[in-house]
Design a binder for this molecule. Structure first.
Ligand code: ATP
Length: 235
């Protein structure tokens, strides 16, 4: 198991955002976390990233306990988050944004990896010296992913990456998730696009008010009548 989350608890004052959630991501696997607004998905990712200290539970990555480590240390170990709303630095250039993702690296391969990112995302390469504000929403999502990739992650955690993207970019994004996964990167995908998330993932977990409501193979979840009713828009 690459990532093991055990009995995680995240609270804000009296609000229990995540209540005893446990799941895992195997090496090379795509796992999706589903749930309505307020179910605790972002709180879960913030705890995994290290931005929010959990009130209980454990986060094990590659056999090592990450629970007390800083966000930067987790990036250095190979856990990268692409946050909700991309969190691009709009006053910086495209390239400066990408380089922010490499700040924990101790090797000198960052510039070679930049070239690989520009090859993968030619629109970013063409605009490398422009401020990130010139990018479209879809290109900003690619930039946020590129920034995560430059940290050489083994696990990428994506928080609602398709939010606000045109259907064409959503297709591209899901193709890219498949591509990164076939390059060997494990993926934890928080999505509101339940259909597409269950198509790309091997397994899923559904949160409701901070607790696990359902979990299992993606195909089983996609066929589950209660999930279909709640999230898949079934009549
Ligand atoms: P969304 O899809 O709307 O982002 P979510 O599933 O990611 O929803 P969270 O954002 O994790 O859910 O929210 C879970 C619960 O925690 C909600 O009740 C929310 O109001 C509460 N919450 C989230 N962030 C904070 C915060 N910074 N302070 C107080 N309460 C918060």
């Amino acid at each position: 198991m690459l990532l093991e989350v055990k009995d995680l608890e995240v609270t804000y004052g009296r609000t229990k955002a995540v209540q005893g959630v446990s799941f895992g991501v195997e090496r090379g696997e795509v796992v999706t976390v589903l749930g309505a607004n307020g179910a605790g998905k972002t709180s879960l990712l913030r705890a995994l990233q290290g931005a929010r200290k959990p009130q209980g539970g454990q986060i094990i990555f590659d056999g090592e306990d990450m629970t007390a480590l800083s966000p930067a240390a987790r990036v250095a170990k190979g856990m990268a988050l692409v946050p909700e709303g991309r969190q691009i630095f709009v006053s910086m250039t495209v390239e400066e944004n990408l380089l922010m993702g490499g700040y924990m690296r101790r090797d000198d391969g960052v510039h070679g990896d930049l070239a690989a990112i520009y090859e993968r995302f030619p629109n970013l390469g063409e605009r490398r010296h422009m401020k990130a504000t010139v990018l479209s929403g879809g290109e900003q999502q690619m930039l946020a992913l590129g920034r995560a990739l430059i940290s050489k992650p083994r696990l990428i955690m994506l928080d609602e990456p398709s939010l606000g993207l045109s259907p064409l970019f959503v297709e591209k994004l899901f193709d890219l998730i498949r591509e990164l996964n076939s390059d060997g990167i494990s993926i934890l995908l928080v999505e509101q696009n339940t259909h597409m998330a269950l198509e790309v993932a091997a397994r899923g977990i559904v949160l409701e008010l901070g607790r696990e409501m359902l979990s299992g193979p993606a195909a089983e979840l996609a066929a589950n009548p209660s999930l279909a009713e709640a999230y898949l828009g079934a009549a």
